[in-house]
Ligand binder design. Structure first.
Ligand code: AHG
Ligand code: MN
Ligand code: MN
Ligand code: MN
Length: 341
């Protein structure tokens, strides 16, 4: 008599978050906020998947504070997240890559205890060529006594995040989330319409032979970055003693997801193309949430010299150099920079 295998009960995002609440790792209002963000990501996933059939590709004909031409989906994703969180009741304000300043929740709704930052569509230059893109989000506490949140209230270090995650719109749609107790991955079951836990406790291998760097900027880098990459490319007979492979998708969510899944180092360093910008990536809604996810999975994240989560923000849209991924490799790259100073 063959025992029919009991179907392993799939754990939905909702059940996972309720278990985390019962474990005292999360309060109900933050649990509900994460559910609202996840529902918004499901809606964005539907729009992204329509592609050319949904009239969502191409330029929006507008620009953002970053000096970037906005894609239609940048604007659509931003609106979906704003709308979902406006009435969600767990937020005090939102801030976004696509908005000059933060936006307090409309007065008609109850003010929540949290501040939500998001990059509504990361990697959007890839959307028209059908390469994976994503949504990145970060949650902070609204400082006590603040009834009219302003940009300045968002300027908290990455260690103050109470939750961080991304949703990657790839061959499958996945939500990767941390509330400070590990990094866990959920895959969207489109038939059920729910995110299902598919990897508990993602772990970044300590060592790697894969790097993600946009090499076309090499002539603009500072000396320690030049030295680090020179030795990286010298192969097994060089000072690093191993051959490295390069992977660069130009969609941070996709590059980071690969690193969380199989290791690697992702670097977007300072470059002198525009010295006023410390590289390209934004601290508050790209570097900080990704750094928390990576650290919670056993990896490391620095700006080349300092732990990224410790960087004291000075501006909502400030940029930082980003070195993140396999701990040993991030430490090696960071050492080149510290030794140079
Ligand atoms: P966004 O689409 O939100 O503006 O972010 C794009 C970022 C990031 O996703 C990626 O790692 C980087 O830009 C790619 O930069 P290059 O175009 O220099 O490769
Ligand atoms: Mn952008
Ligand atoms: Mn981005
Ligand atoms: Mn973006």
């Amino acid at each position: 008599m063959v025992d029919t295998p009991r179907s392993v009960p799939s754990i939905s995002l909702t059940r996972h978050l309720i278990e985390e609440e019962r474990a005292g790792h999360i309060q109900a209002d933050l649990r509900l906020l994460i559910e609202v963000v996840a529902r918004a990501c499901k809606s964005i996933s539907v729009s992204v998947a329509k592609g050319a059939l949904g009239g969502v590709l191409g330029e929006a004909g507008s620009g953002n504070i970053q000096g970037e031409a906005q894609k239609k989906l940048d604007v659509i994703a931003n609106d979906v997240l704003l709308e979902a969180n406006a009435w969600g009741g767990h937020l005090a304000a939102c801030a976004s890559e696509e908005m000059d300043h933060c936006q307090p929740i409309p007065d008609v709704y109850p003010r929540g205890a949290y501040l939500l930052l998001f990059d509504p569509l990361d990697g959007s230059s890839n959307i028209d060529v059908n390469v994976s893109v994503g949504t990145i989000f970060s949650v902070l506490r609204c400082p006590d006594g603040v009834t009219q949140p302003e940009d300045v209230h968002f300027l908290q270090p990455g260690t103050a995040q109470v939750a961080a995650g991304y949703c990657i719109y790839g061959p499958s749609t996945m939500l990767v989330l941390t509330i400070g107790h590990g990094t866990h991955a959920f895959t969207l079951d489109r038939e059920q319409g729910s995110f299902v836990l598919t990897t508990r406790d993602m772990r970044v291998p300590a060592a790697t032979k894969e790097f993600a760097i946009n090499m076309s900027n090499q002539r603009h880098w500072e000396a320690p970055m030049q030295d680090y990459v020179r030795d990286l490319l010298a192969g097994e007979t060089g000072p690093r003693g191993k051959n490295f492979n390069m992977r660069w998708i130009a969609s941070m969510v996709a590059d980071v997801h690969r690193i969380l899944t199989r290791g690697g180092i992702f670097i977007y360093p300072w470059d002198r193309k525009d010295p006023s910008k410390a590289g390209k990536l934004r601290l508050m809604y790209e570097a900080n949430p990704m750094s928390l996810l990576i650290e919670q999975a056993g990896g490391a994240a620095t700006d080349g010299r300092t732990r990224l989560l410790d960087v004291a923000p000075t501006h909502l849209h400030q940029r930082v150099p980003v070195f993140l991924g396999s701990r040993e490799e991030v430490e090696a790259a960071t050492q080149y920079h510290r030794a140079h100073d």
